[in-house]
Design a protein around this ligand. Structure first.
Ligand code: SF4
Length: 339
């Protein structure tokens, strides 16, 4: 069975011809798919015989929301089943500048960052670009609102699923499709150096976010084992290359963990590492994960950390507003289990 949401307009036109109809039927099909329909019955301008042929060989509804929870701040965490029964979470958030979705790219994750809930059971499989899109369609349908910002920051490492992530970005940006601006798509990675270099050469106008969390090689390796494969020096060189190729500012995510990575020494080293570069630092008080003993840094310390980076090293730094932490929808808290 074919997942129609994973096909481009051109591929749908070819499919229409293969099924004995005209290419324009494929275009109509694309319009319906990008409107987010989840059944063939909703395609009112299509002949029944064509819809029957589609139904015999393909499917649409590749992400069915099974349950959802609404946090006090309005953030919605959804738990949905993929066509093969695997379960992933996605999150809908409302900001001043629009509606944002945080979607999953893999069922689980194999990167083993110690502060993250998504990696507790390893990786089961990677999602297709169609399944990335399916999460957006399902959230739009659930809320009745258009999504104009997407962050690839749910469960999974998007660059460990490189082809699907790039395919998704191109499909989501299609003007005849969801028409999301590349600038409103953020890809977050733990630092897969070869893939960052490859992505740089694609010259997509998206935002790259690097989960750094510690500026010292050995300490970072303790919480993010990927550091043993690609060290901080190589990571920063890859980021320099990315900036050179794309002209885009890169975001560094830094989750502050009480007593682990929030000292003045850490702030100084972070400043030394990133000063003078086209970067932005996002400080995030780490979220409590029930299986781990991490606690968030206290507010006064967070703002001291921020001031040092801004005043001494002149690096644009913000403290991220955490949405949805009361329902485990914040970063590092997604998992493929029941709510
Ligand atoms: S933080 Fe990201 S890369 Fe690290 S284990 Fe979690 S999902 Fe994977």
């Amino acid at each position: 069975m074919k997942d129609l949401r994973n096909l481009t307009k051109e591929q749908l036109m070819e499919l229409a011809i293969k099924l004995g109809d005209k290419a324009f039927r494929g275009k109509q099909l694309y319009e319906w798919i990008t409107k987010g329909v989840s059944s063939f019955d909703e395609m009112t301008n299509m002949p029944t015989s064509f819809k029957q042929k589609l139904a015999d060989s393909s499917y649409l509804d590749n992400y069915k929301i099974l349950e959802h929870h609404v946090a006090k701040d309005g953030t919605i965490k959804a738990l949905g089943a993929l066509h093969d029964g695997n379960i992933v979470e996605s999150v809908f958030m409302t900001y001043k500048h629009g509606n944002s979705a945080c979607i999953s790219t893999q069922v689980g994750c194999k990167m083993k960052c110690t502060f993250c809930a998504s990696t507790l059971n390893g990786v089961v499989r990677s999602l297709t670009a169609g399944e990335y899109l399916g999460q957006l369609y399902a959230l739009q349908k659930l809320t009745g609102k258009r999504i104009n910002n997407v962050v690839l920051m749910g469960s999974g490492e998007p660059l460990d699923n490189y082809e699907a992530s790039v395919r998704f970005i191109k499909m989501a940006c299609d003007e005849e499709g969801l028409n999301i601006s590349g600038r409103n798509i953020t890809l977050s990675t733990c630092g897969l150096v070869p893939e960052i270099m490859k992505l740089a050469d694609e010259k997509l106008q998206i935002t790259l976010a690097i989960s750094l969390h510690n500026p010292f090689q050995e300490e970072r390796a303790e919480i993010m084992p990927i550091t043993r494969r690609y060290g901080i020096k190589a990571l920063i060189e890859a980021v320099d290359y990315y900036i050179k190729q794309t002209g885009r500012r890169v975001t560094f995510e830094y989750a502050l963990i009480d007593g682990i990575n929030d000292s003045n020494l850490h702030a100084e080293q972070l400043g030394v590492l990133l000063r003078g570069k086209l970067v932005h630092i996002n400080l995030i008080p780490v979220n409590a994960v029930k299986e781990k003993a991490y606690r968030p840094t206290q507010n006064d310390k967070i703002y001291g950390f921020k001031s040092l980076l801004m005043d001494k090293y002149n690096i644009n730094t913000t403290v991220r507003r955490e949405l949805g932490s009361d329902i485990n929808a914040a970063c590092g808290q997604l998992r493929n289990s029941k709510l």
